[in-house]
Design a protein around this ligand. Structure first.
Ligand code: FMN
Length: 363
């Protein structure tokens, strides 16, 4: 027996605590994960996650009711805790100017006055979202960009809801431990989408092999690995490194349950890490996305991107119009370094197989 023979113990403990069979969560992919997708994760024994960060309170209640109509198993809800953000309207306007001919050609307002630069319109009201989540009473709540502040953490604890924060560095993991989260997601640099950094700069870009064991040792908490996970053998390797489970994003994009464009699915199934780029252009936060024509056109402006979330003021309008027109080349499509390594046809297949990698006794 090696001194690491506790392989699988963390995963089994995590599953028992939440009442699931496989320590696998879906990434909260807004617009891609619908109630049937969440229920499919749960029915496969995993922990389905409702992507609630961009939903209005009544939409959160409706989404959760639709999940419950399909499964009686536990599920989680993801929120984006409230944050202050520095605005830089001068920089945001520079990017807006560069984009204005494109906006005009798509019949979108191309003058700055047509947009609210305060960013106030970009996200739903967090306090009302949080109340809706407490009404819904999921088994767990996951936080993008750190964890919850004390008043929210206290309400989650009082309601018996498991609280999961997200860290991208060892220091962030320690901050979340001090905030008494019940578990941590560690997001490695392999991951699709926005860096979840909240204390350290978003370009630190720790890979999972450096971040995961350090976070496990320093916090003693259940740690879930996010970034680049697509195969059962990775479940076993992550469990050996101390992970209690994992989060799957890119690997689930090619499945039939994922509601995304054909091009996005194609690159997730047949592309490679080389098709991804990291950029701040689309939201102001460093994000790993598919190398698109829009990114190629704007790449030289990378250094003048405005801070998060100001570019969303006009990027959201552009995205909505691009979707109406079927213009995938103008979308910002999150894609991780596991692109091309997912052969899963359904969410259930992926959750069962990768989850089994964590639990040596299960199959
Ligand atoms: C298409 C897509 C959309 C995503 N959207 C979100 C999101 O809205 N909020 C969030 O917290 N994370 C989001 N993520 C990132 C995941 O939470 C997670 O960090 C990442 O998917 C893990 O890496 P992987 O894609 O390599 O599995 C998204 C990921 C993908 C692939």
């Amino acid at each position: 027996m090696s001194k690491f023979s506790a392989f699988g113990v963390e995963a089994a403990r995590f599953c028992e605590r939440i009442g699931i069979e496989r320590p696998v969560l879906n990434a909260p992919m807004s617009g891609i994960v619908d109630p049937a997708f969440v229920a499919a994760v749960c029915e496969a024994g995993g922990l389905g996650v409702v992507p609630a960060a961009d939903l209005a309170p009544e939409e959160i209640r409706r989404f959760a009711a639709e999940v419950r109509a399909r499964t009686s198993r536990p599920f989680a809800v993801n929120l984006r805790p409230l944050q202050d953000w520095p605005l830089d309207t001068v920089k945001a306007l520079e990017l807006f100017d560069a984009l204005s001919p494109l906006l005009e050609s798509l019949d979108l307002p191309a003058v700055p006055d047509a947009y609210d630069w305060s960013g106030a319109d970009v996200f739903p009201d967090f306090a009302a979202q949080f109340d809706a989540v407490l009404d819904v009473a999921p088994a767990a709540v996951t936080a993008s960009f750190g964890g919850f502040r004390e008043p929210e953490a206290d309400r989650l604890r009082a309601a018996g809801i498991f609280s999961v924060g997200t860290a991208t560095t060892l220091r962030e993991a320690k901050v979340l431990r001090s905030a008494e989260v019940d578990a941590l997601i560690v997001q490695g640099s392999e991951a699709a989408g926005e860096r979840m950094s909240f204390e350290d700069p978003d370009d630190v870009m720790m890979g999972l092999s450096a971040l995961l064991p350090a976070a496990v040792r320093a916090t003693g908490l259940p740690v879930l690995a996010a970034g680049g996970v697509a195969e059962p053998r990775q479940g076993a390797a992550l469990a050996m490194a101390g992970a209690a489970g994992c989060v799957l994003g890119t690997a689930l994009l090619p499945t039939r349950e994922a509601r995304t464009t054909d091009a996005h699915k194609w690159f997730a199934a047949h592309g490679s890490a080389v098709d991804t780029v990291t950029t701040r252009l689309f939201s102001g936060r460093l994000s790993r996305v598919l190398r698109s024509a829009l990114w190629e056109a704007l790449a030289e402006r990378e250094s003048s991107s405005a801070p998060w979330p100001q570019p969303l003021v006009f990027m959201r309008a552009l995205e909505a119009r691009a979707r109406e027109l079927g213009r995938d080349d103008l979308l910002s499509l999150p894609l991780g370094q596991s692109a091309g390594r997912s052969a899963w046809n359904t969410v259930g297949e992926a959750v069962r197989a990768i989850g089994a990698g964590f639990l040596p006794e299960s199959e």
